[in-house]
Write a protein that binds this ligand. Structure first.
Ligand SMILES: Cc1cc2nc3c(=O)[nH]c(=O)nc-3n(C[C@H](O)[C@H](O)[C@H](O)COP(=O)(O)O)c2cc1C
Length: 310
């Protein structure tokens, strides 16, 4: 067996080359970058979240590396759904040629607008639509994210499900008291998959100046500091729902990816590691994951997941 073929896996009927997924918002802003992620070994690629109208996002500084990972408050900068639909339509055939499905990501401030933006994006026929109900960085404008309660998360899911033809993944937040209950509610409302998790709200202060570093003052924590939190969320969700999970948060090595799969994820999202180490990180994590599987005498991702002793 070719070593890399150990990474092939199924997800919602798609045959993937790898369980590694480019997470939303990192480099999913141009066809060239998304194709490069696929060539480097991403099994699926997620575009940056888009809203109905274009958004400028927050003023700089919007992202910073700190010792635990990243903090960002970009503020969902995007060109709006019409332009995004053209980007997706241009990107999709190039990814298809590489056997890599495309995930679109949508965001809105109201339930009606979630349905509207999803309808526009659905027409571009991405392979999956991820519904970002969990961005923590736009609370000033939109209030508590819809991921905050089972009822509001399910209401968005139901409204979007009614207007789209593509399968749906709902992206959940880590900072809720019972993430499994919210996951169960969105699955009941029609979600085909769950992406868990988005960033964790946090703050970094520069003691010398006495000011927060980000212009938005608070932002979303991602990278290594998020990994144990994401593992716990995925572990709890996997026990509550039958749908596949894209486990995302702090994955930057092959053993990290193995841990996420053992927690119950079907696929593994990678965001901050791409931001910090560039597109080749997919090849590096994939190669490390294969080495781990060879060492552990695991011949498939399913076997790896079954190895979990929790
Ligand atoms: C700079 C940056 C921008 C992000 N933008 C988005 C976005 O547009 N939509 C979204 O759903 N998540 C967004 N995220 C969250 C990531 O997709 C991911 O859920 C989170 O960063 C945790 O994964 P990681 O630790 O591998 O980065 C962003 C994260 C970062 C660091």
């Amino acid at each position: 067996m070719l070593p890399q073929s150990r990474l092939t896996c199924d997800f919602l009927g798609f045959k993937l080359n790898s369980p590694l997924v480019l997470a939303s918002g990192i480099i999913g802003t141009s066809t060239g970058l998304m194709v490069r992620a696929a060539r480097s070994g991403a099994g699926m690629v997620t575009a940056k979240s888009c809203s109905l109208a274009p958004r400028a996002g927050h003023p700089n500084p919007v992202a910073l590396e700190w010792e635990g990972g990243l903090i960002n408050a970009i503020g969902l900068t995007n060109p709006g759904a019409e332009t995004e639909a053209r980007l997706l339509a241009e990107t999709h055939p190039q990814l298809q040629a590489l056997g890599v499905p495309l995930i679109a990501s949508v965001f809105a401030g109201t339930i009606t607008e979630f349905a509207e933006v999803a309808r526009v994006i659905d027409q571009a026929e991405p392979d999956l639509i991820e519904v970002n109900i969990s961005c923590p960085n736009v609370g000033d404008e939109f209030g508590t994210p819809f991921s905050g309660t089972a009822a509001s998360a399910a209401a968005v899911t139901e409204a979007v499900k009614q207007v789209v033809t593509r399968p749906l993944a709902i992206k959940l937040a880590p900072n809720v008291p019972d993430v499994a209950r919210i996951a169960a509610a969105v699955v009941e409302a029609g979600a085909d998959a769950i992406t868990a998790v988005n960033t964790m709200p946090g703050m970094v202060i520069d003691a010398e100046s006495g000011r927060p570093i980000l212009s938005n003052r608070v932002g979303g924590i991602s990278g290594p500091a998020l990994k144990p939190i994401a593992l716990r969320c995925v572990y709890e969700i996997a026990r509550a729902v039958p749908v596949p999970i894209i486990g995302t948060g702090g994955i930057s090595t092959g053993p990290d990816a193995a841990e996420m799969l053992m927690a119950g994820a079907s696929l593994v999202g990678v965001g901050s590691a791409v931001y910090q180490r560039g597109v080749p990180v997919f090849d590096q994590i994939g190669t490390e994951l294969v080495a781990f599987m060879v060492r552990q005498q695991l011949s498939s991702i399913d076997e790896l997941r079954a190895r979990c002793r929790m």
